[in-house]
Design a protein around this ligand. Structure first.
Ligand SMILES: [Zn+2]
Length: 256
């Protein structure tokens, strides 16, 4: 039912007449929090070749920042190494961010992992799954806008040749997540702290599966990372345009 209502609202948001591109002023007024998942101390997932997820998140996050500036957004809030999970959205709120994008790289349930040795190091991999995911929470106060943003992110990633993974929807322990949009890799993750505590539209992107040996190699390439960053910035630009045209006759959310 929620998925149905979500799709209906999304349809209205997407097909409501809008200008397509936002004016320069809207981009300059829009504040985007770019949250780099995990920290240099607690690196998140370990890749098939022994590199911590944080490093992937940091590289892509920095490129996203650069792309956003290139697209005309002058105000981004990078969130790197905060003291805890809750301070991520607190930083975004303090900086009056209009949207929150959390950047992560994906793994699989531990029972899918196989052991192998790479450069003398015992590591784990799983080549069964690959692709991106976009996570949204119905507990976010701006859930419908989050879903709109996720839809645009998924569309842009797919246009650049990226394919979503379906593995979080598998009927196995630890997964069984509902999907709002299987084609676009959009999942329902209601309880993720950053998504439900953000008081602005929020999406968590899992760029790809770094325990997959071939996908990891692709995700390390600068060309892939640039393409990801461009897709994400394109989607945010389009999202800003849609929201700006909808708010045209409404008072601004923030006082100047
Ligand atoms: Zn992560």
């Amino acid at each position: 039912m929620i998925a149905y209502i979500g799709k209906l609202v999304l349809w209205i948001l997407l097909f409501w007449p809008h200008q397509g591109h936002s004016g320069e002023t809207n981009l300059k007024d829009t504040i985007i929090a770019v949250d780099i998942g995990h920290t240099s101390q607690h690196v998140g997932a370990m890749s098939a070749h022994g590199r911590g997820e944080f490093q992937f998140n940091l590289e892509v996050g920095q490129l996203v920042n650069k792309e956003l500036v290139r697209h005309g957004f002058t105000h981004t809030v990078p969130i790197i190494n905060p003291k805890n999970l809750y301070s991520r959205t607190q930083i975004a709120q303090k900086n009056k961010a209009d949207l929150f994008l959390s950047i992560h790289h994906d793994s699989v349930q531990s029972y899918y992992l196989n052991e192998w040795t790479y450069h003398g190091q015992k590591l784990h991999y799983c080549d069964l799954f690959q692709g991106f995911s976009l996570l949204v929470s119905t507990r976010n106060t701006e859930f419908h806008k989050s879903l709109l943003l996720a839809t645009l992110l998924g569309q842009k990633l797919k246009q650049q040749g990226f394919v979503p993974t379906q593995h979080h929807a598998l009927d196995v322990p630890g997964e069984r997540h509902a999907m709002f949009h299987a084609n676009l890799g959009i999942y329902r993750y209601d309880n993720l702290v950053v998504l439900r505590t953000a008081d602005m539209p929020a999406v968590l992107v899992e760029v790809g599966v770094i325990v997959n040996r071939r996908e990891e190699i692709r995700l390390r390439q600068e060309e892939t990372q640039n393409k990801v960053a461009r897709s994400l910035a394109d989607a945010i630009q389009e999202y800003t345009g849609i929201i700006a045209s909808r708010n045209h006759f409404q008072p601004a959310r923030r006082s100047p």
